[in-house]
Design a protein around this ligand. Structure first.
Ligand SMILES: O=C(O)C(=O)c1ccccc1S
Ligand SMILES: [Ca+2]
Ligand SMILES: [Mn+2]
Length: 263
């Protein structure tokens, strides 16, 4: 089938509903949960704030618009390699230089929602990824790999989403050997439903924050605060993300969605 026929088929399938578009993005606003780092360790991202310019009034008689205060790593967002010191000198490592072809790719969904329901500190390991491959096929280079945890149901409450106690945050993520394996398999990036791509206790890993240190350091990417992964098949869907083309950006809020075959 030619490329033209493939795209024409996609257009028809979108119209007849045999291919659906599934939103993977959390609402973005003042209530969007943000990562919380201990203030004696690091500065944090300020909350999202919308400033009204006009609302069909004396400031603009027929129009409404505003301006935002918004962190790069807020809500459903993309991590570029430059976000981490291990990726700071890599080529094409900022939101305005990452090749745009990397924003449309196959997505592999590893469902660990049952395990996470029993253990919020659950770690996706290389062994668990290999077990998924045994059932669904090998992860091919250029694939986004995402951890389905159903954690997105918590993202209307910062407290529930960060799930912290005196020992820190308890949220799932990938182990060091998992990230090493995904890099080895040529995965484009790793995605999570949690506030960040790393597990809540990833500061204690060696190296710390492997989904940043090793993944971004290998020139791959992260996606955090995804939603609706429970509506995707293990394989066969395509991920589309649209980071803002922020000059020199280390990341960006994104509208993420999946193109999913139905029936
Ligand atoms: O970039 C993020 O959203 C993120 O997850 C993060 C940022 C800075 C330090 C640690 C982490 S874990
Ligand atoms: Ca980020
Ligand atoms: Mn991050």
């Amino acid at each position: 089938m030619s490329a033209q026929q493939t795209l024409a088929g996609l257009a028809l399938a979108l119209v007849d509903g045999s291919i659906e578009v599934v939103d993977l993005t959390a609402p973005l606003g003042p209530d969007t949960p943000l990562l919380y780092l201990p203030p004696d360790f690091a500065k944090n991202t300020p909350k999202f704030k919308m400033h009204e310019i006009s609302a069909y009034d004396q400031n603009g008689p027929w129009w409404a618009w505003g301006w935002m205060e918004l962190g790069e790593h807020t809500g459903t967002h993309f991590d570029a390699p430059s976000h981490w010191i291990s990726g700071k000198d890599l080529p094409q490592n900022t939101t305005d230089t990452v090749p745009v072809k990397n924003f449309v790719a196959p997505i592999a969904v590893i469902d660990c929602s049952t395990e996470v329901a029993g253990d919020p500190d659950f770690l996706l390991t290389a062994e668990r990824v290999k077990a998924w491959e045994a059932e669904h096929g090998e992860i091919k280079p250029g694939t986004w790999v995402v951890l389905r945890s159903d954690w997105y149901h918590r993202n209307t409450s910062t407290e529930a989403f960060l799930n912290a106690d005196e020992n820190g945050s308890h949220t799932p993520g990938p182990s060091v050997d998992c990230v090493e394996y995904l890099v080895e398999k040529g995965a484009l990036g790793f995605g999570s439903e949690c506030v960040g791509t790393d597990a809540g206790n990833a500061a204690t890993f060696n190296p710390p924050f492997p989904a940043h240190n090793l993944l971004l350091g290998a020139g791959r990417y992260g996606l955090a605060s995804l939603t609706n992964l429970d509506k995707l098949p293990p394989t066969g869907a395509m991920l589309v993300i649209a980071p803002l083309k922020i000059v020199g950006g280390t990341g960006s809020p994104v509208r993420a969605f999946a193109i999913v075959p139905r029936g």
